[in-house]
Design a protein around this ligand. Structure first.
Ligand SMILES: C[S@@+](CC[C@H](N)C(=O)[O-])C[C@H]1O[C@@H](n2cnc3c(N)ncnc32)[C@H](O)[C@@H]1O
Length: 182
């Protein structure tokens, strides 16, 4: 699997369904709206580094954030290239195959007074191999479980569907907390 997943039309999974090129699954607005009340800072500059067709950018802008958007489809690889402009927070729905790398990269460039929020499968924090991002990570602050399943596109009937959660990293004291969204 190439790092950027670039150039792939679709890849066939063992389950038999085809994933979209670059994992381009636009996020319905309600999913981003569910994150907003849980964020530690409002009205700052947010970098959405895997913006795709811009659904998350639109929802964040509507919520009052100043959003800097980029995507590998427009020539900007989040894993290797600098931000388009100074930012305080990173919020995205990373491509599944690169989710760990996206979180590691985001935490390595997050301002000390900022935050990172990622939409991931709800069991993403279970793996032992990822504990440096969760149980052993001093920045890991909050998990917001979405109690409704995400329908990724209009014709998604019959496609595999997973439960998701928002994961937020920010400076804080105390242990990480758990919350529930719609
Ligand atoms: C799941 S979609 C998310 C789209 C958008 N964030 C949303 O939620 O509506 C993942 C996006 O990641 C982009 N992508 C894949 N690899 C990338 C990389 N290395 N750097 C930046 N973007 C990448 C894809 O082009 C795709 O648009």
């Amino acid at each position: 699997m190439s790092r950027a997943l670039a150039g792939k039309e679709v890849s066939q999974r063992n389950s038999g369904y085809a994933r979209r090129a670059n994992d381009n699954y636009p996020t319905p607005a309600w999913v981003t709206d569910a994150l907003i009340p849980h964020l530690p800072i409002k009205n700052c500059v947010v970098w959405e580094p895997a913006a795709g067709s811009g659904q998350m950018v639109a929802a964040l802008s509507s919520a009052g954030f100043d959003v800097a958007a980029s995507d590998i489809a427009n020539g900007q690889d989040f894993l290797t290239q600098p931000a388009p402009r100074p930012f305080r927070a990173i919020i995205t729905n990373p491509p599944y195959e690169l989710a760990t790398e996206f979180i590691e990269r985001a935490l390595s460039i997050m301002p000390a007074d900022g935050f990172v929020a990622m939409l991931l499968r709800t069991d993403f924090d279970h793996a032992k191999s990822r504990q440096h991002l969760f149980g052993e990570c001093a920045w890991f602050w909050k998990k917001v479980v979405l109690t409704k399943r995400i329908k990724w596109f209009d014709d998604s009937d019959g496609q595999p569907s997973f439960n998701h959660a928002w994961y937020i990293w920010a400076a804080h004291s105390g242990k990480p907390t758990l919350a529930y969204g719609p």
